[in-house]
Design a protein around this ligand. Structure first.
Ligand code: URA
Length: 433
């Protein structure tokens, strides 16, 4: 077989066989197929698309391109949760301890920030000392001991995705349904959970801007998971504005702690209860959505979820005192209000632009090597539908550099649209597949 012929077949709109897809994935992972041929292949997929069968085969080949974790040493039904990526998305920080304290063993593989979106590992590193460098055995033992452990994606797990993701990032081939579905599901399948709950985002801060594309992505991923023998559910949620109010690593940790103390923002609580209910149902810890919600709410009321977060942070080297005293989290030296230039209703917030504001302040990576400033970011004062008076703050920037703050301020102002009429209220949870 020649890679040239595989590219040509896809470029001409043909349907690739299992063998052709495996030839590409295995050859590329081993370094035998060069980046320029892989790039041409990705672009051909981008324009010609893949059938559902091809996407499934691509996912399985990527999942099997390296090590596959065996979680059978962990007692109970292991349920994984994954988001397609968003701005201010601190859901895992609140949901992991909630689900774990309701008896769901959480053996989670998370990532770092990517582009304008944040990552759970960066956020958790706001707890001084927190690390994710656990051996396989430590990882499994910790889940059995306290019900939760978190690792980063290692080089051995779905290495085909690791290489392909980096290549897609620089060849304008990220936002393709088959490529996103195979990237996410290959990692989830290799990570070995029994059931998977997906949070598929849609809107200006998501990779899938249009709801119909997010629905198609959700259906595709659920079919792949089910086809691979895993119970899989996808929730489609709004990412047309940041989730909650805080954007930036330590600021988001603080908001997740507020949520575990029963003081969280409505949208974040709703998302945690919706995703968490699915986790409890799949994990056999509840018989109905209503019962699952009640158990999750109880874990907040009785303080067990907050306690679980402290236990989890401590088990991975972090300072658990910061869970109860957020002044121990990294704190920026400047707070700069961004005030409205005129009065009106906030009718739109360009969510990806808000993510970029946090990046500009130093909260994300410009290059793979950049160091993230965990203390910076912003806290919204108004969300879509709120009325703002001229001169009132729309957001507070948390910065360590006045020049960067000035740049982020400009960018934030142009990301917000004000109108004289109140915008129509949009549902936050857009569907469950
Ligand atoms: N997250 C991933 O892991 N892969 C994608 O392609 C998009 C989001």
């Amino acid at each position: 077989m020649r890679m040239y012929d595989v590219i040509l077949k896809k470029r001409s709109g043909g349907e690739l066989s299992r063998e052709e897809i495996r030839f590409f994935v295995e050859g590329y992972t081993r370094g035998e197929i060069p980046d320029y041929q892989a790039s041409a292949f990705l672009m051909a997929v981008f324009f010609q698309k893949m059938t559902r069968r091809e996407t499934y085969e691509l996912t399985m080949a990527m999942a099997q391109s390296g090590e596959q974790l065996d979680l059978s040493g962990i007692r109970g039904v292991k349920v994984d949760k994954h988001s397609t990526g968003g701005v201010g998305d601190k859901t895992s920080l609140a949901l992991i301890p909630m689900a774990a304290s309701c008896g769901i063993p959480v053996a989670k593989m998370s990532g770092r920030g990517l582009g304008h979106t944040g990552g759970t590992i960066d956020k958790l590193e706001s707890f001084p000392g927190f690390h994710t460098s656990l051996t396989r055995q430590q990882f499994l033992d910790q889940v059995n001991r306290i019900g939760v452990a978190l690792m980063g994606q290692t080089a051995d797990l779905a290495p085909a995705d690791k290489k392909l993701y980096a290549l897609r990032d620089v060849t304008a081939t990220v936002d393709n349904l088959s490529l996103i579905a195979s990237s996410i599901m290959s990692k989830k399948l290799a990570a070995g959970a029994d059931a998977i709950v997906l949070d598929v985002k849609t809107g200006s801060g998501a990779f899938m801007k249009r709801q119909e594309d997010a629905e198609a992505l959700a259906r595709e991923m659920v079919q792949i998971g089910t086809g691979a023998g895993k119970k899989t559910v996808a929730v489609i949620s709004d990412m047309d504005q940041p989730l909650g109010y805080a954007v930036g690593n330590a600021l988001e940790v603080k908001e997740a702690i507020d949520t575990l103390q029963g003081k969280g923002p409505e949208d974040l609580k709703e998302l945690c209860f919706t995703l968490g209910s699915q986790m409890l149902l799949l994990g056999g810890r509840a018989q109905s959505k209503e019962q699952a919600r009640e158990l999750l709410k109880q874990s907040i009321r009785d303080g067990s979820a907050l306690k679980k977060l402290a236990q989890f942070v401590e088990a991975q080297g972090g300072d658990p005192r910061a869970v109860y005293d957020v002044s121990l989290l990294p704190k920026a030296s400047l707070t700069v209000p961004v005030t409205a230039e005129r009065s009106g209703y906030v009718s739109h917030i360009a969510c990806d632009e808000v993510g970029i504001c946090s990046l500009l302040l130093g909260g994300g990576r410009e290059t793979k090597e950049s160091r993230v400033d965990l203390s910076v970011g912003l806290v919204l004062c108004k969300k879509v539908g709120d009325f703002v008076e001229a001169g009132e703050p729309l957001a507070i920037l948390h910065a360590n550099d006045g020049q960067k703050a000035a740049q982020a301020k400009e960018r934030f102002l142009s990301a917000c649209t004000l109108s004289q009429d109140a915008p129509e209220k949009q549902p936050f949870i857009k569907g469950i597949v």
